[in-house]
Design a protein. Structure first.
Length: 359
């Protein structure tokens, strides 16, 4: 009797393990076509307001999903079917039977398409004993390779100057009002080690931005300017964005220097700029850690990644507040004088940058 129960249990496990059905999503982006010189060509990142693709009888038994938080219009065989701002789900069997044969679908938006998603959800028989080859994912490959490069750079920085590295990562000094001059502030801004750190932070923060732009493109209009479709393109976009971040850091240093001379706060230049670099360093590490947790638990909600930018904004505002308190203890100027200085060097530039990135 025991052997019979064991055999039945094994047969039940094998049957369910080899015959479980689940829905899997397949992107249709590779099938997109755009109009170029009066003919349809494969979509490869061109800035177009409309994309086109075809559904054939081989796609029967699936569900077509079209998604974007920006408003879009869907045409089937040249006829307007719907206008939406979120998710459309259609059974392909119904579409094929209603329109008698292959279906030519066009999706139009008022602005160039960049965050639109078109997917096919198909029921797939999965097996616990199946050992299928993992499909290539250029974005995953790019993130892994870029992360290894950043880890190697961090190790090099630590070997060059471990004390300076720990100073940059010191969270207590970031939110401490009483702060003595340390290895960072005492050093020269233009020293080779500090420039190396500035470059590393530019690459680190740019990688976080690329991850957010890729996984939450519908929430950030700026993301449309940093789209890529291969690992090599990803590295080129990363390099361009890193250079832009580095230029912004240099511009901020020049801005601080100019207004420090105007407000007679020349002694605060190095202290203030290094405090901002430390804030950016710590915030980037925290955002990267949270993004890693999202990847581990397979959380790809655009809201989660968009909230990483919101978290960054909160940290920057908190850092600006503590910077104001530090300046009060380090200088003898009145509160209004220091507040005006911070408005010119921190608050207004951050508001402009936040407007560009988040809205």
């Amino acid at each position: 009797m025991k052997h019979l129960v064991l055999i039945i249990l094994c047969l039940w496990v094998i049957q369910h393990a080899s015959g479980q059905s689940e829905n899997k999503s397949f992107t249709l982006r590779e099938e997109w076509r755009v109009i170029e010189k009066d003919r349809y060509v494969k979509y490869s990142g061109q800035k177009r307001n409309a994309v086109h693709f075809t559904l054939t009888k081989s796609e029967g038994g699936s569900t077509l999903v079209i998604f974007d938080r920006l408003e879009f219009s869907v045409f089937i065989n040249g006829k307007l079917m719907t206008r939406s701002r979120d998710t459309i789900r259609w059974k392909t069997d119904s579409l094929l039977s209603r329109h008698q044969g292959n279906i030519f679908i066009s999706v139009y938006q008022n602005q160039p398409v960049y965050s639109l998603q078109t997917l096919l959800e198909r029921p797939v028989q999965s097996s616990m004993f199946e050992n299928s080859t993992r499909q290539a994912d250029f974005f995953r490959d790019f993130v892994i390779l870029a992360s290894f490069i950043l880890i190697a750079l961090l190790v090099v920085l630590f070997r060059i100057n471990p004390r300076l590295t720990f100073d940059y990562l010191n969270v207590l000094k970031l939110f401490s009002v009483q702060e003595r001059d340390d290895a960072i502030v005492a050093g020269r801004i233009g020293s080779s080690v500090n420039l190396f750190f500035f470059g590393f932070i530019s690459f680190l923060f740019s990688l976080i931005l690329i991850i957010i732009f890729y996984l939450a493109p519908d929430r950030i209009p700026l993301a449309g300017n940093f789209i890529f479709y291969s690992t090599l393109q990803g590295f080129l976009v990363w390099l361009v964005l890193s250079v832009l971040v580095f230029i912004i850091l240099v511009t901020k240093l020049m801005l601080i220097t100019a207004f420090a001379l105007l407000f007679s706060l020349r002694s605060a230049v190095r202290f203030q700029f290094f405090s901002f670099i430390r804030l950016l360093f710590v915030t980037s590490m925290l955002m990267g850690g949270l993004a890693l947790l999202y990847f581990i638990f397979r959380s790809y909600s655009s809201a989660l990644y968009y909230n990483l930018l919101v978290l960054c904004s909160v940290f920057v505002l908190a850092g600006t507040f503590f910077l104001f308190l530090k300046l009060l203890t380090r200088t003898a100027f009145p509160i209004f004088h220091l507040f005006s200085y911070l408005c010119a060097t921190e608050i207004i530039p951050l508001m402009i940058l936040g407007k560009v990135v988040l809205f």
